[in-house]
Design a protein around this ligand. Structure first.
Ligand code: SAJ
Length: 468
């Protein structure tokens, strides 16, 4: 029986052992989805605190309730020497003997009960039929892609590669990463095993929107592209047990590009909405009036709104992975670069609005008390990553303003060299501020109260016009 066939049968019978590397807002929900599908799952993370929390049945990811996690958590027994395990795990350990002589492979026993275990020990991969990689893909200090987390995971997976193993990369990255980086790492340790024959490799982009209840890991359609047709077939069998709708594409590059295009689409359209604001400013028009009127078009239009800038862990970053790749091919992705330029400029635009409004009230920015409402990167989340509200605070402080903030989801923060604690008496702070800047339009706010108490408001989200 070929490895392809035996793997597909194991997935179909749900008696596969699946690993997930990277237990963050993507990996933990995926691990639980695989456990819900009936697989034995082992989550792997370099952060022992995450592993310990999972083993206690405590979730640290908003989309995974602890009660649900606890129903799947298994005790993992102590690791046992390979010889004890070999009989129990068939050729997987036997294949491990193909590892370099200096390797001392300790094969931990897979979970004795339950369907979800967690460990920091990658050697569990020896007994795994599949492994999904859900590690961060940030930008480095020079603004270029940082695929070091993928490389580290790939290095560990290559070390424990064995026949009958599926590897799926989920982290958002530039087209070519799966083939050029990951496959190269695996083939360097493949002992003659071939992709598509003994092991299988695919890319399937994550589409997790933290906090979303309507679209979940299970019901959000999932794109998958395999290095070979048999890779796609094996990956589809694995994921098909946990994900309702799979969208096969012709290659990992097609899947990588699909994900980047999805988020570039948002960045460019948000940039266009922000440029609409800049143009309406020059024309003396209300951008939101124009947008709301345009949105009455029942076809051929999709509403995006201006704001304080572009925050989050996806939209500001993913398009830059694509523009970086295109530069290596001597092509300038002009829409991406222009959108990034306009979106990045928005905090300065709004700080200038604060300065003009205070000036009209005869007050310099310097020494003025300014209250920023909302520091999270978008409403109803507590995530601060790339939040433009923090840029606005920084720019105002640079001009000598005394800035406080309030955010119902962020009691305090230390981020990017900034450390602040929110004010607690919101009504008093609103009344005493020389200017209030609405940066994040959380639903938790009593917007009529904000409008009644604040003496001067710069509303980057146009929320008062619509909710007060
Ligand atoms: N923003 C605007 N105007 C808009 C929309 C967003 O200024 O019209 C701002 C937001 O305030 C935020 C940033 O852009 O600062 C990004 O907002 P987002 O709505 O795109 O939210 P994200 O970053 O959480 O994007 C995620 C993405 N999900 C994945 O990558 C799997 C994105 O693809 C989703 O479309 C998006 O969630 C969503 O729809 O909620």
């Amino acid at each position: 029986m070929s490895h392809r066939t035996s793997l597909i049968e194991r997935f179909n019978r749900r008696d596969a052992h699946v690993a997930v590397v990277g237990l963050g807002y993507v990996g933990l929900p995926l691990a639980v989805a695989f456990a819900e599908a009936g697989y034995r799952v082992t989550g792997i993370d370099v952060d022992a605190r995450k592993v310990e929390a999972i083993l206690r049945g405590e979730s640290y990811v908003e989309d995974v309730p602890s009660a649900l996690l606890a129903t799947f958590v298994a005790e993992t027994s102590d690791a046992k020497a390979p010889s004890v395990q070999a009989a129990a795990q068939g050729d997987a350990i036997g294949a491990a003997s193909a590892l370099q002589p200096q390797e001392t492979v300790v094969a931990p026993t897979p979970p004795r009960r339950g369907s979800l275990a967690a460990t920091t020990d990658f050697s569990v991969l020896i007994t795994c039929d599949a492994v999904s990689i859900c590690v961060p893909t940030p930008l480095n200090k020079t603004g270029d892609p940082d695929v070091s987390y993928i490389a580290s995971a790939g290095e560990q997976i290559a070390r424990y590669l064995h026949p009958g193993m599926l590897i799926v990369l989920e982290s958002t990255t530039y087209p070519g990463t799966t083939r050029e980086l990951l496959l190269t790492q695996l083939e360097a340790n493949a002992n003659g095993w071939r992709v598509g024959e003994e092991f299988f490799l695919a890319f399937s982009p994550e589409r997790v929107d933290p906090g979303r209840k309507d679209w979940t890991t299970r019901n959000t359609p999932k794109v998958i592209g395999g290095i070979t047709p048999s890779c796609l077939e094996v990956a589809t069998a694995c994921y098909g047990a946990a994900i309702e709708t799979l969208v096969p594409v012709s290659s990992p590059e097609a899947a990588e590009m699909t994900k980047l295009f999805e988020n570039t689409f948002r960045s460019v359209n948000i940039g266009l909405a922000n440029e609409l604001l800049l143009m309406c400013d020059k024309l003396g028009l209300d951008a939101w009036e124009i947008l709301n009127a345009a949105a009455t078009k029942p076809f051929g239009f999709m509403k995006f709104t201006p704001g304080p800038g572009l925050g989050g862990h996806c939209i500001p970053i993913d398009p830059l992975y694509l523009s970086w790749k295109m530069r290596t091919l001597a092509y300038t992705a002009r829409f991406i670069e222009l959108a990034s330029e306009i979106n990045t400029e928005m905090p300065r635009y709004w700080v200038q609005k604060v300065q003009d409004a205070l000036n009209d009230a005869g007050k310099p920015v310097k020494g003025s008390r300014i209250l920023v409402l909302g520091v999270a990167y978008k409403k109803n989340v507590s995530d601060l990553r790339e939040s433009p509200a923090l840029d606005i605070i920084h720019l105002l402080e640079e001009k000598g303003a005394k800035v406080d903030y309030h955010d119902p989801h962020v009691p305090s923060f230390q981020y990017d060299g900034m450390e602040m604690v929110r004010i607690e008496d919101l009504e008093t702070a609103l009344a005493s501020a020389d200017c209030v800047v609405i940066a994040t339009d959380h639903d938790a706010y009593d917007w009529p109260m904000v409008k009644a108490r604040a003496q001067l408001v710069i509303d980057t989200r146009h929320v008062l016009a619509e909710k007060a």
